[in-house]
Write a protein that binds this ligand. Structure first.
Ligand code: AMP
Length: 611
């Protein structure tokens, strides 16, 4: 079954691509109606939709009857498919794989359905990024992109369906591997280095290829800012060895992956002592400020997502980049690819994404903004709240009906079996391009801490802290207050918790034993969800968690500060995560002891439940 709404975009034809964008955004409403019509007609007889619509595909009925749901509501259906029941529980098209999201449910990654056709939808989306970039930056066809891209291990579900991250799925697909040769899309990394499962060998080989081709590189990047900074850190740790390989023309023995070795050897066909000397000289310099421009002098921009939780990396990126533009091209997820940035050179703080109306059917749940915090207007059962026994409809609005300056949670109905699914992403409307709204990515609902792909919410943090503080009680210490922040001043970043302790009964100002506090750090880490522990253990993308003990009275000082900034005294609640530099300073100036986790927490790939 093929889709009327699955458009194609020739990545070589800039003009046609831009024209397509004009059409899609001008006819946003019409396209959305067609998308919904198509999804409903195709899937009316799925078990899920039949339950609400009895085989009808009427759009009005859909909005009236089909509930707005969270992952927990659809999890049983997805688990049934993972356990071997047919796709038509939720989708007329066969579900070909499950995509492991970085969002978790019950501590494990959420699984999102995907279909063969959806790979083509992603290809369309990637192809549309090319004319947009070419509109703003000339001459990208005169060189290469050094994109550091990685795959992750996949697991097989009991039904034999693969469960893996969305980008692993895409890079391994024939859409990626057989991409038409495209002069705007030439990468320094051979596919075999991207497709190497050993992340250290993959990183080493990709950097080696990038360094050897340094004069051809016009842009550098990774998907998220955190991954790009990890690559810089890796370069800091390995430049000596990389230079020695370039000097001799032989790759290190520990690169044992045959395809990787083979791919790299064609770039190291001869000794290049001058190149090695140059790189060595730059890397050996006093400071790594502006190192990107020094090593890759023709680079026009750095392509990494720096919106949302990634904004915390902007200062560090600016330090290494030497003032290159930071470009966030797209907003996407395992559920669906959503939107693109039509002004890629705008400042990170001004980035808006325009949702492409043919990617899915989009709806928006209004959220309120108070005192800098966005709060949900709705309860768990979706578009309705219960008020004195009656159901009060909360108005969910369509794509073209959102209002500038308003905040919404994005709700999607996809071609792959998600119906009115709350993504958890909070967006603010910044304006319109033709008739399509543009959104600023505000935050992920509830997330308080994030370094890499981890998304720790208040509840996760509370649970972990509750476990850890039990350890202190036998020693007579009580945890009276806590808060946290993501410290990204070093690479990798790490979680910092501020703890105010008191001793039971008297005014003794002693501190708990250092090793007990170390164990507290470990217990917090062990209690956080599997994505956090995976980043810590497998990916090394998060450093050891730190607890900073603060003097008695510190949290009163924090409250005074928050109240001075406009919080109401009556409604004041200790923020469980601090973003303001001044507030962190207040806490830091009262630190009486610091301790880090000494153990890497346990993690193993999620095991699929078998029934
Ligand atoms: P995942 O489900 O692991 O694929 O992660 C997708 C999530 O990452 C989205 O729902 C967003 O919360 C976040 N995300 C993706 N793209 C962006 C972006 N451009 N800016 C900010 N956050 C993003």
């Amino acid at each position: 079954m093929s889709s009327r709404m699955l458009l194609s975009c020739d990545p070589h034809d800039n003009e046609a691509g831009l024209k397509l964008l004009e059409d899609l955004t001008t006819n946003a409403n019409q396209v959305q109606l067609e998308v919904l019509e198509e999804i409903l007609t195709q899937n009316a007889n799925t078990e899920y939709l039949r339950g609400y619509l009895d085989g009808h595909s009427d759009k009005g009925l859909f909005k009236k009857k089909v509930p707005i749901v969270n992952y927990e509501d659809i999890k049983p259906h997805i688990e049934r498919i993972a356990n071997g029941e047919p796709s038509r529980i939720i989708s007329a098209q066969p579900i070909t794989e499950l995509l492991t999201s970085s969002g978790t449910s019950g501590g494990q990654p959420k699984l999102m359905p995907s279909t063969a056709e959806d790979l083509d939808r992603k290809t369309f989306f990637y192809n549309l990024l090319i004319p947009v970039m070419n509109k703003y930056v000339d001459g990208l066809d005169q060189g290469k992109g050094m994109y550091l891209l990685f795959i992750k291990p996949e697991i097989s579900t009991p039904s034999g369906l693969m469960a893996r991250p969305v980008l692993t799925s895409y890079y391994k697909s024939s859409n990626f591997r057989n991409r038409p040769f495209n002069r705007f899309n030439v990468y320094t990394s051979p596919d075999d280095t991207i497709l190497c499962l050993d992340s250290k060998q993959s990183m080493y080989c990709q950097l080696l290829c990038g360094l050897v081709q340094r004069e051809e590189v016009l842009r550098v990047g990774a998907v998220f800012a955190s991954a790009f900074l990890r690559a810089i850190k890796f370069l800091e740790d390995h430049w000596g060895e990389l230079c020695s390989n370039i000097r001799t023309g032989c790759v290190s023995d520990w690169i044992t992956d045959p395809s990787c070795r083979n791919a790299v050897s064609s770039f190291l066909s001869k000794p290049q002592p001058d190149l090695a000397d140059f790189i060595e000289f730059e890397c050996n310099g006093e400071s790594w400020e502006g190192i990107i421009k020094k090593l890759w002098p023709r680079t026009k921009y750095i392509e990494v997502i720096v919106t949302g939780s990634m904004a915390q990396y902007i200062p560090t990126l600016e330090f290494y980049s030497g003032g290159l533009p930071l470009v966030s091209t797209m907003y996407a997820s395992s559920e669906c690819y959503y939107g693109i940035n039509l002004k890629p050179l705008s400042k990170p703080s001004d980035v808006s994404y325009t949702l492409l109306p043919n990617m899915a059917y989009f709806e928006f749940l209004p959220v309120q903004k108070n005192n800098g915090e966005v709060t949900q207007q709705v309860q768990r059962n979706g578009g309705c709240i219960k008020k004195e026994g009656e159901r009060v409809e909360i108005e969910v609005v369509g794509l073209v009906d959102v209002k500038v300056g308003h905040y919404y949670e994005l709700v999607v109905t996809t071609f792959t079996g998600l119906y009115r699914y709350r993504t958890g992403d909070i967006l603010m409307v910044t304006g319109f391009y033709n008739n399509a709204p543009q959104f600023w990515f505000v935050q992920r609902r509830n997330v308080v801490l994030s370094i890499d792909t981890d998304k720790t919410n208040e509840e996760d943090l509370l649970k972990a802290v509750t476990q850890a503080k039990l350890l202190l009680e036998p020693y007579g210490f009580l945890l009276t207050e806590y808060t946290s922040y993501a410290d990204t001043s070093s690479i990798p970043g790490h979680y910092v918790l501020f703890w105010e302790l008191k001793t039971r009964g008297n005014n003794d100002l002693s501190k708990p034993d250092h090793t007990v506090m170390e164990q507290c750090c470990s217990i917090v880490e062990e209690s956080l969800d599997s994505v956090y522990r995976r980043c810590r253990r497998r990916d090394n993308s998060i450093g050891p968690l730190e607890i900073r003990m603060v003097k008695p009275g510190t949290f009163d000082a924090l409250m005074d500060f928050c109240v001075s900034q406009g919080s109401s005294v009556n409604q004041y609640k200790t923020p469980r995560c601090i973003k303001s530099k001044e507030a962190i300073k207040i806490l830091d100036s009262r630190v009486v002891g610091k301790v880090f986790s000494k153990k890497v927490p346990f993690w193993e790939p999620c095991k699929m439940e078998t029934k």
